[in-house]
Ligand binder design. Structure first.
Ligand code: KIV
Ligand code: ZN
Length: 391
């Protein structure tokens, strides 16, 4: 079966930057954009140019330095937004305008005090106008997750006819279940006239912790782009985490879905974004958390030391982590202690290990985590130190 390429649309600098308390300056945004380009993302959503002069300047500066990715700017379906985005993107080698409007009944009634037909007219006008600045126009149907599928299909048909080449189907509120989101994408693939002229894009929020699962269901059902952020940062509970969807597709080759991401840069990119944004990544975060490749219970450590794959489904080097960590705590076993002791220079026989292990447990009960200098202290203080051979 042939492989399909999934475009990675990174919105760290737009949806990600909407995180309360996070404010990146222009220089920081440029550093992150350059890194995203090297990482291999296909599209960088650089900002919302009309929102402030600072955002305009950042999008313009990013457009000038990005070498490979398409640079994208967000707009509402408002003429001036689109004009300003067009100006901010004018230096980009490849530019995209991302315009759209709310399509759920709740958005139509409460946000716009409008009706379904009038919303389609506005959407079409916005796409046509955006096309006067760039060929590459993406349309978002905000709150598509709660939009009636028949109406959503009509919206999609109308904007494709107006020239949209990417249709973003956001689960703006993070409400959909994976099977519902997948069924929505399937419905659009099967019912939108002209769908072969565009691709569908998944843009999922994580309010119920389902953003990654929903995005994967989306691409399994025919979407060809995923919108995501580094470390899953974003409004409220965040967006789909780039590193998660990329590694899911890599670790499941039977899905036949590939990305252009250089996965060995994932860990360092995660660290870089977290430092610039001042938002620390939880230790148990999938793929890039400090504990993602750390083993601390005796049973797991014994397995990993014998063969890494007993408890690891990803080779840490594939995401840029040098090696799995064997963390020594009072829950660790002899195998882990012998392994770490060898790493710092001691070859312990079985009998020596029994003696040293008893002192190790006493030490570890007091101190939560045992580091390399603690190991030296434990071994040098043991009654059999003179008999221990250096490794
Ligand atoms: O979540 C959302 O609906 C969005 C759109 C503006 C694309 O971020
Ligand atoms: Zn969003």
């Amino acid at each position: 079966m042939s492989h399909s390429n999934i475009q990675i649309f990174d919105t760290t600098l737009r949806d990600g930057e909407q995180v309360p308390g996070c404010k990146l300056n222009k220089e920081q945004k440029l550093i992150i954009a350059e890194r995203l380009d090297t990482l291999g993302v296909d599209v960088i959503e650089a900002g919302f140019p009309v929102s402030s002069p600072g955002d305009f300047a950042s999008v313009e500066a990013i457009s000038k330095i990005v070498k490979n990715a398409t640079v994208c700017g967000l707009t509402r379906s408002v003429e001036n937004d689109i004009k300003v985005a067009g100006e901010a993107l004018r230096y980009a080698k490849k530019s995209r305008i991302h315009t759209g409007i709310g399509t759920s009944d709740s958005h139509i009634k409460f946000k716009f005090n409008s009706n379904r037909d009038a919303i389609i007219e506005r959407a079409v006008r916005a796409v046509r106008y955006a096309k006067t600045f760039t060929e590459d126009v993406e349309f978002y149907a905000e709150d598509a997750g709660r939009t009636d599928n028949d109406y959503l299909a009509r919206v999609c048909e109308a904007v494709i006819a107006a020239g949209a080449t990417v249709l973003n189907i956001p689960d703006t509120t993070g409400y959909c279940l994976p099977n519902e989101y997948g069924a929505k994408i399937k419905y659009l693939m099967e019912n939108v006239k002209g769908i072969e002229k565009a691709i569908l894009s998944c843009h999922c929020h994580n309010d119920l912790g389902l953003a990654t699962a929903n995005s994967i269901e989306g691409v399994i059902n025919g979407a060809r782009q995923i919108e995501c952020t580094i470390n899953g940062i974003g409004e409220r509970a965040g967006n789909t985490a780039l590193e998660e969807v990329v590694m899911i597709l890599k670790q499941h080759p039977t899905l036949n879905l590939d990305t252009n991401i250089n996965t060995s840069l994932l860990y360092s990119t995660s660290q870089m974004v977290s430092e610039h944004m001042g938002i620390y990544t939880q230790p148990n975060k999938a793929i890039v958390g400090a504990n993602a490749f750390a083993h601390s219970s005796g049973i797991h450590q014994d397995g990993v030391i014998k063969n890494r794959e007993t408890y690891e489904i990803i080779d840490p080097k594939d995401v840029g982590v040098t090696e799995s960590a064997i963390v020594l705590t009072a829950r660790s076993g002899r195998a882990a202690l012998a392994y770490r002791a060898k790493n710092v220079g001691y070859e312990l026989t079985k009998l020596q290990l029994d003696v040293v292990y008893a002192s190790f447990l006493d030490f570890a009960d007091v101190k939560k985590e045992i580091n390399d200098s603690d190991i030296h202290q434990i071994i040098e203080g043991s009654s059999i130190y003179s008999q221990i051979i250096s490794a």
